[in-house]
Write a protein that binds this ligand. Structure first.
Ligand SMILES: C[S@@+](CC[C@H](N)C(=O)[O-])C[C@H]1O[C@@H](n2cnc3c(N)ncnc32)[C@H](O)[C@@H]1O
Length: 348
């Protein structure tokens, strides 16, 4: 039996932010509202299916070997937190950084679906000719690939190391690339609820669309999310482990249930954990065998938090794709209806 259900919304936190009063003059937003009134879907909207179980695989291999084994156009979201040659660890050493990075960027473009998204964590921190950083990746993508840059997200955190010879670092940049302008984006799934006072004010403001106000705010491209402290409950031992909250926001907004997410610098497997919790399939790869131990700890923590652990663990990419393809033909799933928005048009 097939059910029509709406997506469950997860509150991400309440921020105090200024209310933008631009909706009344935003022609893109007005057009979207008109389409909604007339029941016309945006070109990037799609219906998706929520399966009982999704698939997950963690390969211990070099990223290029894994990428080469993935079919063209099969991935909805690539989410990576690459090494930058900063000598932070033994895996962080490459002679010619961008020459190496260009290989996985080209492969990423090939495996990404036409409405797919790619997210790259980084920062601007070059030190010498050997080190890489996000500006170098952006320059390369702009001049040598067909990727489009949708957003640079500033990840702002209040906790960090102290410094005496420079201003203490409190942000990192993350880029969101797409292959086409028909990229999938579910803003509603990551909106941030107004606090009580701001909500009352926003609802009184005649220039704002009350339907959108009730759904919450656009998180904007500056995200305040704490970095993981050494004693954080989320920690599984990886030195550069990312917080679940930041990975979850990308997974929810840029992929849909039962689509495939790829993280080929998986580290501890934070992406895999979020994908299981959010019913996405996930391919992870890391050249360090230690990743398996870290990921096992993530899985254990999922149990502790009473998160659903319903997922299928695959040992080969062939089996992984076989099972997902088989599922596409079965009816024993939930169909969820939702809408998506183009961030170039939607300001609120
Ligand atoms: C910054 S960490 C990722 C941390 C991860 N986001 C997390 O939350 O745990 C980068 C990872 O890339 C892996 N790595 C480095 N070079 C690699 C390569 N050529 N192929 C696959 N993995 C690689 C390292 O072993 C390291 O675990």
């Amino acid at each position: 039996m097939t059910y029509l259900i709406s997506l469950q919304k997860t509150g991400i936190g309440i921020f105090n932010m200024a209310i933008h009063n631009k909706s009344h003059s935003n022609s893109g937003l007005m057009q979207l509202n008109k389409m909604k009134r007339n029941n016309i879907k945006h070109k990037s909207a799609l219906d998706f299916i929520i399966p009982e179980k999704t698939n997950c695989i963690l390969l211990c291999d070099d990223c290029l070997n894994t990428l080469k084994a993935i079919p063209d156009g099969s991935i909805q979201l690539i989410l990576i937190d690459p090494p930058y040659n900063l000598d932070l660890a033994t895996w962080d050493t490459y002679e010619d950084y961008i020459e190496w990075a260009s290989k996985w960027l080209d492969e990423s473009y090939r495996v990404l679906s036409p409405n797919g998204n790619m997210v790259i964590f980084g920062g601007t921190q070059f030190q010498d000719i050997k080190s890489g950083d996000l500006t170098e990746i952006i320059y390369h993508c702009r001049h040598n690939t067909k990727f489009r840059l949708v957003n640079t997200i500033v990840w702002y955190y209040k906790n960090g190391m102290s410094a005496h010879r420079y201003f203490a670092n409190r942000h990192e940049e993350i880029i969101w690339l797409t292959k086409t302008d028909k990229y999938y984006f579910d803003l509603d799934s990551v909106r941030i609820p107004y606090d009580e006072k701001a909500l009352k004010e926003a609802l009184r403001d005649k220039r704002l669309n009350s339907e959108n106000v009730l759904k919450g705010k656009n998180p904007t491209n500056v995200w305040q999310i704490g970095r993981l402290n050494g004693n954080s409950n989320e920690r599984v031992g990886h030195p550069t482990q990312k917080p679940l909250e930041i990975i979850r926001r990308f997974v929810k907004a840029l992929s849909y249930p039962d689509s495939i997410v790829l993280d080929f610098f998986a580290g501890s497997g934070t992406t895999g954990r979020v994908c299981i919790e959010e019913k996405r399939n996930c391919i992870m790869c890391d050249k360090d065998e230690q990743s398996k131990t870290y990921f096992a700890k993530h899985l254990k923590k999922m149990d502790e938090n009473l998160f659903s652990q319903k997922y299928i663990k695959n040992n080969s990419l062939e089996l992984f794709f076989d099972e997902i393809n088989k599922r596409k033909n079965t009816k024993d799933m939930f169909v969820a209806e939702h809408s998506t928005y183009n961030p170039f048009q939607d300001e609120h």
